[in-house]
Design a protein around this ligand. Sequence first.
Ligand SMILES: [Zn+2]
Length: 88
Amino acid sequence: MEQTIDENDDFTEKQQDWDESDVGKRIIKRVTINGTYLNELIVQVFCRFCGAEFIGPSREAGGFLGGHECLHSWEIAQEMNREDGLTE
Ligand SMILES: [Zn+2]
């Protein structure tokens, strides 16, 4: 079977506690209750609304961004409802 992963990629076996030095590395294998993740990239992302930051597996970074976006959309909607005077 052909190796599809770049040989220059850095791998880590860390399962938690990722920090800046791990960004860009791949987690060889990560087992969760939802499934087993292989060759997952560690990324650093931040929320453009509140500035919170996250370092971790791509999958969790997506959840972080989606979760923040969802919350902040809700906050904005609440704010707009208050300002348009439609709520009693
Ligand atoms: Zn946020």
